[in-house]
Design a protein around this ligand. Structure first.
Ligand SMILES: Nc1ncnc2c1ncn2[C@@H]1O[C@H](COP(=O)(O)OP(=O)(O)OP(=O)(O)O)[C@@H](O)[C@H]1O
Ligand SMILES: [Mg+2]
Length: 361
């Protein structure tokens, strides 16, 4: 999948811009506050229907406007063209795919798989389990088309169960317990199957970026792995009732990354942490390409942050060989280093919210 034409209206300081990106690497350069991250944010909104910088979409909409629109003509893996569009006004999201309105966020996410790497990405290994669960589930969602339905039903069962636990209505628990266990087991099995395929690809990629032995990745199920989910919630019932929520289950899952048998975040440097996150994200893209013949679009904001020139060169080389579409920002073109080995790319200059193609190769 790649974007052939991208139109952005009213995203931060970008009023109305249209670009024809390269199907390979797109270098986005411009001074501070020119609008580089806003361009990356616009593409992200088109794929995920939310911003990665602000929880409220209102702050993303240009301050003189009351809505934003991002639309694109894309080339899908089967060679077909697809037209995607999203309009957000802070309350409602209108999503159109091939002129059909009323589409869901998940339809957009399937049509435009995106991976984002930005200065806060190392939080993937630093922050709470939820971001890692989301990371894992993005991969599972793209890998197993049955996952989304099971995941939604599981979330509903969990919410209903928690509300019954809070009010002590034990008599109605049985029906939601059954749903919780049934769909929770499907969610868990899909995660286990995904991680099994993911792990060798990740280990292969990380070995190219980090010279470290004994790197491992494993899934924490969210309950004692030797037990069945049904057994766990039966055992936990008294505790769950006392505190009014479900203590254990797939909603507590986590992904554990270790180096030399230590938790990676406690062992490696900041730059190494970033390379680990990069490898995790690139591995998801590689797996998607291998299994589905679908290439995700990679967004890298602030390329030079925390990577030395050697690692930056390695990453660019890797991205170029991956043959997927990349949007990558920096304040100067020279921040990207030597581009003579990169076969196909375009450069865009951003100035006061205007995006101008500079030259292509
Ligand atoms: N809702 C908004 N309406 C108009 N302008 C906005 C809005 N939100 C942010 N801006 C402005 O848009 C400009 C571009 O911001 P952006 O973060 O895209 O810059 P950047 O090129 O990524 O800069 P840097 O190199 O510092 O990361 C900034 O001046 C910012 O203050
Ligand atoms: Mg920026």
């Amino acid at each position: 999948m790649s974007l052939l034409k991208l139109d952005i209206y009213h995203v931060r300081n970008i009023q109305k811009e249209s670009i024809n990106p390269s199907p390979a690497i797109n270098f986005i350069v411009g001074e501070n506050a020119s609008g580089k991250s806003s361009l990356i944010e616009a593409i992200f909104i088109l794929g995920r229907a939310k911003s990665f910088r602000s929880t409220s979409i209102k702050s993303v909409i240009n301050q003189d406007q009351n809505h934003l629109i991002v639309s694109a003509q894309t080339l899908q893996p089967d060679g077909r063209h697809c037209h995607l569009g999203i309009q957000l006004d802070g309350k409602n999201a209108q999503i159109r795919i091939n002129q059909q309105s009323g589409q869901h966020k998940s339809d957009l996410a399937y049509a435009l798989p995106l991976q984002l790497i930005h200065p806060k990405s190392y939080e993937l290994l630093d922050a709470g389990a939820q971001v890692r669960r989301e990371f894992l589930d993005w991969g599972v969602f793209n890998d197993d088309k049955n996952f989304l339905i099971a995941w939604r039903k599981f979330k509903k069962a969990l919410a209903q169960r928690n509300s019954l636990l809070k009010t002590g209505r034990v008599d109605q628990l049985n029906v939601w317990d059954k749903e919780f266990v049934y769909y929770g087991t499907i969610v868990n099995n899909s995660r286990v199957a995904y991680l099994q395929k993911f792990k060798p690809i990740f280990i292969e990629i990380i070995s190219q970026f980090l010279n470290m032995n004994l790197i491992d990745i494993s899934l924490i199920l969210g309950w004692e792995a030797s037990k069945e989910l049904q057994q766990v919630i039966t055992q936990d019932l008294e505790k769950d009732l006392r505190y009014g929520f479900t203590h254990n289950g797939p909603h507590r899952a986590d992904v554990l990354l270790s180096v030399n048998n230590c938790l990676a975040k406690d062992f490696v440097s900041r730059g190494q942490l970033k390379l680990m996150v990069l490898s995790l994200k690139l591995a998801q893209i590689q797996l998607l390409a291998k299994e589905d013949n679908n290439l995700a679009c990679i967004l890298i904001d602030d390329f030079s942050a925390e990577l030395d020139s050697h690692n930056r060169a390695k990453l660019l080389h890797y991205l170029s060989a991956m043959a997927c579409q990349v949007f990558i920002t920096a304040t100067e073109l020279t921040d990207f280093g030597d581009l003579s080995q990169i076969t196909t790319y375009k450069v865009f200059h951003v100035e006061h919210g205007h995006i101008k193609p500079s030259f292509d190769i």
